[in-house]
Design a protein around this ligand. Sequence first.
Ligand code: NAD
Length: 512
Amino acid sequence: MNDIEIAQAVSSVLSRFTKMTPESAVINSAAETAPPPAPERPPAPASASLNAIVARALAQKRVTTIPSPACEPGNGAFASMDEAIAAAVLAQVQYRHCLMQERATFVQGIRDVFLQEPVLQTISRMAVEETGMGNYADKLTKNRVAAQKTPGPEDLITGALSGDSGLTLTEFSAYGVIGSITPTTNPTETIINNSIGMLAAGNSVVFSPHPRSRKVSLYCVELINHKLASLGAPANLVVTVTQPSIDNTSTLISDPRINMLVATGGPAIVKTVMSSGKKAIGAGAGNPPVVVDETADIEKAARDIICGCSFDNNLPCVAEKEVIVVNQVADYLIHCMKKSGGYLLCDKALLRQMESLVLNEKGTGPDTAFVGKDARYILQQLGIIAPEDTKVILVETTKNHPFVVHELMMPVLPVVRVDNVDEAIELAVQVEHGNRHTAIMHSTNVEKLTKMARQIQTTIFVKNGPSYAGLGVGGEGHATFTIAGPTGEGLTSARSFARARRCVMVEALNVR
Ligand code: NAD
């Protein structure tokens, strides 16, 4: 049984429900717009065999036929994960019949929605208000770059080999339905970025957002759905659930209709998707060190470090999390960082207080209440009224301090002095913990830059710039908010969400 027949069979059953709900209408109309069967195919199934066909269709696709009346039609949010997945399955069936040009139109539509200034402002404000993390100005930048610089279908470059034996093409083809689990730190950016990349590759996507970013995530999905509907796209290419939760995420992970999982978050969720038995992309935690040696342009390094570290209040997984500086230039670097918005906390008692304030009870990571908070707010909790232009709290620590070892995701930047650049590189490798995520180095010594890149093996290595240059903000290259170190896709784009398929024409179509 082919996809069209499945859609028709399910549609027929749904039409037997006398009282149609909005979602069933969406599914039904979606099936109606499927292309008619080719003339040589067998006639439509007789009503006697319909039940058997639908039973088979449901077994294959596990399509839910009784949608919840609680859902608003067309906004992409479903009362249960089961319904969301069912809708995305049907959408994917239809999407396979769309042209590449149509895909490009839908992707452009998503860009257009989020590049409207009022929309950018609304989602950026909502994200800060709802999560209590990050800052509005930087979220504007991140959302804009996600909409502008996430590659579309042009990323799916076909490979061709021709010779005496014929022509072989390698084409990127959809996985099917992708389950995407998104973080609280970049809630909107990840939805924009993943929607563009996943749809560009021909997939539909079911989002499971972090519960703490529920409202703004649902709003983004709704905006996408309305835009896609206006462009004539199949309904429900991008869906989610009305109540995101850990349980819903677990349902998503284990559902057999989900062909690929993409998790952007901390180590636990990355490990979970990687052990799911499905094709999984894991974009996990980082703890990016920044190394500064005596050959660097120290004033520029200081400015870059403060800008990178304070970007969205240090929420990005790529942001500078600890400075390792060669003794010879350490004082001058600190002096310059202070001039660029660093507040140096020297008092030992205050440092102890800050440790108990911003770390969790066991001292094994940040207290979530302080993740993504701004530097002045954190200082205020210590009774310090810092100047208005304060962006980062600087503290000199030893190399084993919890601020160095753990990913804090707040603008508290430990500075560790070392004797020489080789020691700095060695320590950077150690505190990056093999995450293979991001590292930054300020140096003009090509040999040492190369040494650091070789030893640390991170997915992103930024030289002489702020960390966010690695995301395409002020650096060359496309943007992504799903940086897959653990599973190796690197800075994901449409082709990361596609399967490579070989198509071979034997002894023909080669024209040389
Ligand atoms: P998080 O791990 O708490 O949550 C991420 C997502 O996973 C959320 O949707 C959450 O609901 C879900 N989740 C977490 N644990 C789960 C479990 N046991 N079962 C089911 N679902 C679970 O992370 P966060 O606080 O939202 O984001 C910050 C983390 O994500 C940081 O470690 C940061 O470095 C990382 N991150 C990485 C990238 C990247 O591209 N590599 C991008 C952004 C954030």
